[in-house]
Design a protein. Sequence first.
Length: 165
Amino acid sequence: MSLGQRVTTDHQLARLLQIGVVLEEVVEARADRHLAELDPEERAALDDEIEAMLADAVEESAEHRDRLAALVDDLDAEATGFEEIEALVEERYTAPGDTDGVLYDQLCNEETAYKFYDDFIAAIEDSETEFSVDREHVLATLREIREEEAEGVEEVAEIMEGREE
């Protein structure tokens, strides 16, 4: 299923919500890993603003994941477990090399999530399907999450701009 299509069934809606859950799990794991895997010198080089931004990203992604999982539960669909996605992240993701890498990675994560939610909302809006869950509740939830992702993009961009000065 592509986000270029309309969402026309509960099954499609559930799968896209599960993709959102997985996306949030990856973002959470990557931000958490950035904090956990830095050696003491690299961690000391991080200023408080970057450390706080990463901690906020972990917390926000967990909250987004919970909200999306609740929508999946309302559809009575099985969600993908965090343990499965964590193994995938471990296999494909390496520790950051420097602070700039942390910022670029976080910017990419925030932008990817924003684009996913923007496309997901459009795919639902392009459809006239009535789902077994309240369509407006799903859209409102996705719009709130998209807005928070947009704020995350702005926050990381501002930190990056401040470091260039």
